[in-house]
Ligand binder design. Structure first.
Ligand code: GTP
Ligand code: MG
Length: 205
């Protein structure tokens, strides 16, 4: 995908704050799994989405507009142990309201760290995403953190734990940028099957 522009539209908390309903995908996953880093990698910018080595950095629904054509939405991470009970409840409500009230949301991509077995919350999220009618595409992050020889074993483990069948699973590293083009292809295809050939349009111009 050619990136002509990438900018934050709004950090939203409430439904009234959601921006215009253009085609949209969202990234969800445990806190610190690398959601914000993936957005930066995709748009070739270091600091569009704010990242942090301590979990709980993203606390709002952050809408990024790409090429004035579509949004990628960075969701706050779950499973942040130090968050208060009230915070966790608010998080749950904010995410649920968003994911179930957004007609232009085409897919939810769930991120899983290649080093770890999916947590109970990862599994619950996966099941819930499926139950509301999405395809369950999984991005496996931080590929650079394990050796090449260990990769397949970890990917199989994640696929089995989530009971993914032959659903799409895409391994990436925001650090080494491995998997970037493959991920863009998947994203372009999500738009394409929903009637938006952004890749084709951008290559023509
Ligand atoms: P929250 O906003 O807390 O939900 O976290 P997040 O999922 O947005 O994670 P973020 O992108 O902030 O990354 C968390 C930490 O992991 C940061 O220190 C990143 O630099 C690091 N990180 C993210 N992706 C990768 C990767 O592919 N490889 C390596 N080595 N580190 C990564
Ligand atoms: Mg984040």
């Amino acid at each position: 995908m050619k990136i002509k522009s990438a900018e934050i539209v709004i950090s939203a908390v409430k439904r009234e704050q959601y921006p215009e309903e253009i085609p949209e995908i969202a990234l969800c996953g445990r806190s610190n799994v690398g959601k914000s880093s993936v957005i930066n990698m995709l748009v070739n910018m270091k600091k569009l989405a704010r990242t942090s080595s301590s979990p709980g950095k993203t606390q709002t629904l952050n809408f990024y507009n790409i090429n004035k054509q579509f949004h990628i939405v960075d969701l706050p991470g779950y499973g942040y142990a130090r968050a208060s009970k009230t915070n966790k409840e608010q998080w749950g409500k904010m995410i649920e309201t968003y994911l179930t009230n957004r007609p232009n949301l085409l897919e939810i991509l769930q991120l899983i760290d290649i080093r770890h077995k999916p947590s109970e919350q990862d599994k619950l999220m996966y099941e819930w995403v499926k139950s509301i009618g999405f395809k369950n595409i999984v991005i496996v992050t931080k590929l650079d953190k394990i050796t090449r020889s260990q990769r397949q074993k970890h990917l199989n483990m994640i696929r089995n734990e989530l009971k993914m069948g032959d659903n799409l699973l895409i391994p990436i590293s925001s650090e080494s940028r491995e998997g970037k083009e493959a991920l863009w292809e998947i994203i372009s295809n999500i738009f394409k099957v929903n009637g938006h050939d952004f890749e084709g349009e951008n290559n023509k111009k």
